[in-house]
Design a protein around this ligand. Structure first.
Ligand SMILES: Nc1ncnc2c1ncn2[C@@H]1O[C@H](COP(=O)(O)OP(=O)(O)OP(=O)(O)O)[C@@H](O)[C@H]1O
Ligand SMILES: [Mg+2]
Length: 431
C-alpha cells in the first residue's frame, strides 16, 4: 500500500544488542499480522536468519513466510513469472543507485496491493525520498533485529490508515443450478494454490450448501455458529470455525441441514465479513440463487462480483438485471464480472456468448464448457477440477478467473514508477 511521502516509516539502526531490544518489545503492543503471504529476499545469511526467526514470533503465526537468498534483482526475476505476495521484504545491496534501479524494475512486475519493506544500509534523506516516491512502505536500517521485522510486517496491517487486508468476492448464479458454487469453489482453490493467497470460502447456502461436499470436508462447526455468536465475533473465534481444505484454503461451512430455518436481516453477515476481511486476503462468498435484503446487501458491499450464467434466456435476462442493478448501486466500483458455464450441451439450443456480450455490454470472463464426466467425477470425489485433471483447459479457466478477480495478472504489464497505485488503476475497469 503506497503511503504519502511524509508517512514513510524509518526505523533507525539498533544501537542496543538484540537481546535488549527484544526485552523492550515485551512491553510494546504489536498487533498480530493477518493471514498474509510474505516473501523475503535477503542478500546476507544474517538477515535471512533474522527474518526466519521473526517468522517464529507468535504475531506472525498466521503468515506464510518464505525467505530466499538474493536481493532485489532476484525478486524481479521471480515475480516476472509469478504473482507477488501481500508483502515483499527486500534487503538492499550497498549501492544506492542499483537499489533504486532495482525498485523501478520491481514496480513493473508488482501486483496491486503488494506492500514493500526495504532493509538497507543508507541513512540518507535523498535515499528515503527516492524510496518513498516509489511507494516503499517501510524502510529499516540494517542491521535489523527480529522484533524490528515482526513490527514492520504487523504495522503494515494495523495502522489506523491501513487498508483491510481482504477482498470480498461474491459469486452468484443468474439461475439455480448453473454451477455458481462449483465455479466459486474452484476459483477459491486456484487462488489459494496457484496465486498463494490465503482464502476462505464462505458457504451462504445454509440449508443446501455443497462446499463441504466439494472439498470433502465434514466440519462440525461453521457459519451457523458465527451467526449465533455475533457478540463474540473476532478473528480468533472465526478461526476456530474454519475447516482447513488445503495449505492456504479454509472453509466456513454451511450446516446443510433442515433443522432450522433462517430468515436473515439485511445486515446479518456484516460483522462476520468484516472480521474475515480483517484477517484473510481473499474471501469468496458462495451466494445462493435467491433475492432478499441480505443477498442484495452482500452483493452491493462486495469488492467484486462474479455472476455465473448458463447459455439460456432466463440466465441472460437475470444476469442483465443483476449486472444493471449492481452497476447502478456501485457506480465507483468495478463492474460485476460474469462468466458462462455448462456451455455446449449436445442438441441443446443455446444463446451465443456474443449475444450475452451485446446485452451485458461486456464479454464474458470465461466460457466454461459442459463436461459432465469431468464435473461429476470431481463432485462425487470431493475434488476440484484441477485435482481430477491438472492440465485440463477448464482448470486453466478457473485460474484465469481467479487472477482477474483478485487483481493478479498473469501476463505482467510493463509499468514504470510507483509500485502500487498505478497498478490498481490499471485493474479498475471503466464503471
Ligand atoms: N461445466 C459443467 N459441466 C458439467 N456439469 C457441471 C458444470 N458446472 C457445474 N456442473 C454440475 O452442475 C451441478 C450444479 O452445480 P452447482 O451446485 O455448482 O450449481 P449452483 O449454481 O451453485 O446451484 P444452486 O442454485 O443449487 O446453488 C453440479 O452437479 C455440478 O457438478
Ligand atoms: Mg450453489
Amino acid at each position: 500500500m503506497i503511503k504519502h511521502p511524509h508517512q514513510i516509516a524509518v526505523t533507525g539502526p539498533e544501537t542496543a544488542p538484540a537481546q535488549l531490544t527484544d526485552k523492550a518489545a515485551v512491553t510494546e503492543h504489536i498487533a498480530p499480522a493477518p493471514r498474509i503471504s510474505v516473501q523475503a529476499f535477503c542478500e546476507t545469511v544474517e538477515t535471512a536468519n533474522v527474518v526466519e526467526t521473526a517468522h517464529q514470533d507468535r504475531r506472525l503465526a498466521k503468515t506464510h513466510l518464505k525467505v530466499q537468498r538474493g536481493g532485489i534483482i532476484t525478486a524481479v526475476e521471480v515475480f516476472r513469472n509469478s504473482p507477488t505476495p501481500n508483502v515483499i521484504i527486500l534487503e538492499a545491496g550497498d549501492r544506492a543507485e542499483s537499489v533504486i534501479a532495482g525498485l523501478d524494475q520491481l514496480a513493473e512486475v508488482c501486483d496491486a496491493g503488494t506492500r514493500v519493506i526495504v532493509l538497507g544500509h543508507f541513512n540518507d534523506v535523498t535515499f528515503y525520498r527516492d524510496l518513498t516516491r516509489r511507494g516503499v512502505n517501510d524502510y529499516l536500517i540494517a542491521p535489523v533485529g527480529t522484533i524490528d521485522v515482526v513490527r514492520a510486517i504487523c504495522r503494515l496491517f494495523s495502522a489506523s490508515d491501513a487498508q483491510p487486508v481482504g477482498r470480498i468476492i461474491a459469486v452468484i448464479g443468474a439461475k439455480g443450478g448453473v454451477g455458481a458454487s462449483t465455479v466459486a469453489h474452484n476459483v477459491a482453490w486456484a487462488t489459494a494454490r496457484d496465486l498463494a493467497l490465503d482464502s476462505v470460502v464462505t458457504d451462504l447456502d445454509l440449508a443446501f450448501g455443497t462446499a463441504g461436499l466439494d472439498y470433502n470436508q465434514d466440519p462440525p462447526q461453521g457459519i451457523a455458529d458465527a451467526l449465533s455468536s455475533q457478540d463474540r465475533l473476532d478473528s480468533a473465534f472465526i478461526d476456530r470455525l474454519l475447516s482447513k481444505c488445503s495449505d492456504q484454503l479454509s472453509l466456513l461451512a454451511a450446516p446443510a441441514t433442515l433443522e432450522r430455518v433462517y430468515d436473515f436481516g439485511a445486515d446479518a453477515f456484516d460483522a462476520i465479513l468484516d472480521t474475515l476481511r480483517a484477517s484473510t486476503p481473499c474471501v469468496i462468498l458462495d451466494v445462493p440463487h435467491q433475492w432478499s435484503g441480505w443477498i442484495k446487501q452482500l452483493l452491493v458491499s462486495a469488492d467484486d462480483i462474479l455472476v455465473v450464467a448458463g447459455p439460456d434466456l432466463a440466465s441472460l435476462r437475470n444476469a442483465k438485471n443483476l449486472v444493471d442493478m449492481l452497476r447502478n448501486a456501485r457506480p465507483n466500483d468495478n463492474r460485476p464480472y460474469y462468466c458462462l458455464n455448462q456451455v455446449g450441451v449436445p442438441k441443446r439450443a443455446e444463446i451465443a456468448p456474443a449475444d450475452f456480450a451485446k446485452a451485458l455490454e461486456d464479454p464474458p470472463m470465461a466460457v466454461i464448457p459442459f463436461d459432465p464426466q469431468l464435473f461429476s467425477t470431481a463432485a462425487n470425489n470431493g475434488q476440484m477440477i484441477a485435482e481430477v485433471s491438472a492440465k485440463h483447459k477448464t482448470a486453466e479457466m478457473f485460474l484465469h478467473l481467479a487472477q482477474i478477480l483478485v487483481g493478479r495478472t498473469e501476463a505482467k504489464r510493463v509499468r514504470r514508477g510507483r509500485l502500487m497505485p498505478l497498478v490498481s488503476k490499471l485493474m479498475k475497469r471503466a464503471g
